[in-house]
Design a protein around this ligand. Structure first.
Ligand code: FES
Length: 137
């Protein structure tokens, strides 16, 4: 009698474990899908396209981003943090993005160094132009 009782106990236990695992998997899949829609949302509106002059650019100090428009409708964005010693660039003039601290200049078309002491380009930032709005991301 004792061996039979032992075998039933083992079988019941195994069945219970299988059910628990099944329920856990279903619940996990549901939770995993939740955050996905948030990550695909539009980014923050940075500016209107009219805020960025054709053949020039604008420094958005709060966002630490500089947006240029080398040709009409062709918008570029870069980090506004100078790669020399991390000053905020001040302005876009005569085709370059200018740092006031030690005089580095970066080309408004691709962020590359036109004049040192900086040796590395301004990193590009991702923007999306939607109608008259420029969004980050
Ligand atoms: S921090 Fe920009 S030139 Fe030095």
């Amino acid at each position: 009698m004792t061996p039979h009782a032992t075998r039933r106990t083992v079988l019941l236990t195994t069945g219970a474990v299988a059910l628990a695992v099944g329920c856990g998997s279903d619940g996990g899949d549901g939770d995993g899908d939740g955050p996905s829609p948030d990550s695909g949302g539009p980014g923050q509106v940075l500016a209107a396209t009219s805020d960025v002059p054709v053949g020039g650019g604008t420094v958005f100090k709060d966002a630490e981003v500089v947006v240029t428009q080398p040709a009409e409708g062709d918008f570029k964005a870069f980090s506004a943090i100078c790669t020399h010693q991390r000053c905020l660039v001040a302005e876009v003039a005569n085709g370059t993005i200018d740092c006031p601290c030690h005089g580095s200049r970066f080309r408004m078309t691709d962020g590359s160094v036109e004049r040192g002491p900086a040796t590395r380009p301004l990193p590009a930032e991702r923007i999306t132009v939607e109608g008259n709005s420029i969004r980050l991301g």
